[in-house]
Design a protein around this ligand. Structure first.
Ligand SMILES: NC(=O)C1=CN([C@@H]2O[C@H](COP(=O)(O)OP(=O)(O)OC[C@H]3O[C@@H](n4cnc5c(N)ncnc54)[C@H](OP(=O)(O)O)[C@@H]3O)[C@@H](O)[C@H]2O)C=CC1
Ligand SMILES: CC(=O)N[C@@H](CCC(=O)OP(=O)(O)O)C(=O)O
Length: 344
């Protein structure tokens, strides 16, 4: 397969390169840049010397149709302009940004504060939460790869909401992310002196992943409910830990929750239900495509605490994108993704 990566110089792009380099079905990888075309990639990133020395290519829409797969790992508002012209041409299109995720265009405008993608392109796009949408992904040309937080949150909650085991109308989700989630463009928020030795809450009640999570709960668990979702920036590079709290429905036990999670993901390679634990953290999935989930009911409050961890750049971005590519090309989902987590 011949692959093109637009946004190769960013964090998601670099992670795609790392994964696709080891993918047995990928023969060539072209790297595109909007700001540094012509620059030899290993001059920019010396850690890629003798691996990716090639020059960065200029993005020319009419030349993009020659690829088998194109990944766009670009800020919101870029793929919505670039990809619609490629619909109906040869390449499978996998977009890592939020541009094609929200089906309701005014909702995109409200939360992203940008013009939405054309309606027909959004309609044709398929939400790439792999474990929940495999048949549609297999048939799709354009994949809207999920956001990092929604991936961690939805994988842990959807089975429990779908089976009516927890009360979604009282759901509270508290999520924490490493700083690479904000991309490689420096900002006040990600400045070392303001992130080191600091944990901060941000985008309170305004995070763009709120409507994405609500849409997916409706789509896959058939429940329409507003959620309380808060995001925090913690002083680490990679990782997301999402902790959700919800009342358990009448007659439901902790064993019911655990069994439902285990049954839902029994045939899935990348979702692990961790039953017994005394410590559960982002380092158990670091650098891998795993999502680990743990659930426990507090009998004093009758509330369930559901916790999940992912690596935001792998299962939360590039890893899930490659998993979706595998589904689109009828390959085993694990192809090129058998990464052991970097625990220490
Ligand atoms: N970081 C994460 O954990 C996750 C990110 N995402 C989403 O994935 C996308 C990429 O994120 P991330 O890699 O972190 O972001 P970065 O900021 O690290 O990288 C984005 C890249 O996009 C390129 N770019 C910028 N403007 C344009 C343009 N007008 N046309 C073409 N390319 C452009 C830039 O490269 P150049 O200047 O060379 O063109 C840049 O390196 C974002 O939409 C993000 O929200 C999703 C899930 C997780
Ligand atoms: C730590 C951090 O800043 N994370 C980013 C996640 C970016 C992302 O995934 O946003 P898209 O929906 O545009 O893809 C954030 O909270 O906005």
């Amino acid at each position: 397969m011949k692959v093109g990566i637009i946004g190769a110089t960013g964090y998601g792009g670099l992670e795609l390169i790392r994964l696709l380099h080891n993918h047995p079905e990928v023969q060539g990888i072209d790297l595109f840049s909007s700001s540094e075309e012509g620059m030899h990639f290993s001059h920019k990133y010396s850690f890629l010397m003798n691996i990716f020395d090639q020059p960065l290519l200029k993005i020319e829409t009419d030349r993009l149709a020659e690829y088998d797969v194109l990944f766009t790992s670009t800020p919101s508002g870029v793929s919505s302009e670039l990809l619609p012209a490629l619909i109906g041409t040869k390449p499978k299109l996998i977009d890592l940004s939020g541009d094609f995720r929200l089906k309701d265009l005014p909702t995109y405008e409200q939360w992203y504060k940008k013009d939405p993608a054309p309606a027909d392109a959004v309609e044709k796009s398929v939400y790439g939460l792999t474990e929940w949408n495999t048949p549609a992904i297999a048939k799709a040309q354009l994949i809207a790869n999920p956001g990092c937080y929604p991936t961690a949150v939805l994988l842990s909650l959807l089975p429990l909401i779908k089976e009516n085991l927890i009360d979604a109308s009282h759901l509270v989700i508290d999520a924490k992310s490493g700083i690479s989630g904000a991309g490689n463009k420096p900002s006040q928020m990600t400045h070392y002196s303001e992130t080191n030795e600091n944990t901060a809450i941000y985008k309170l009640h305004e995070h763009q992943h709120i409507p994405e999570i609500e849409q997916a709960i409706q789509m896959f668990a058939n429940q329409s409910t507003p959620i309380t979702f808060t995001t925090h920036l913690v002083p680490m590079t990679r990782g997301i830990l999402a902790t959700s709290y919800a009342p358990v429905n009448e007659g439901v036990t902790e064993a019911d929750l655990v069994n439902t999670l285990q049954e839902t993901y029994a045939n899935q390679s990348f979702v692990r239900i961790i039953k017994d634990m005394n410590k559960f953290g982002t380092n158990q999935v670091y650098g891998s495509n795993y999502c680990d989930i743990h659930v426990k009911v507090d009998p004093r409050t009758n509330r369930a605490t559901i916790v999940s961890v992912i690596d935001n750049l792998v299962k939360g971005a590039a890893g899930q994108a490659v998993q979706n590519m595998n589904v689109q090309f009828n390959l085993k989902q694990t192809t090129g993704l058998s990464l052991v987590p970097l625990f220490i």
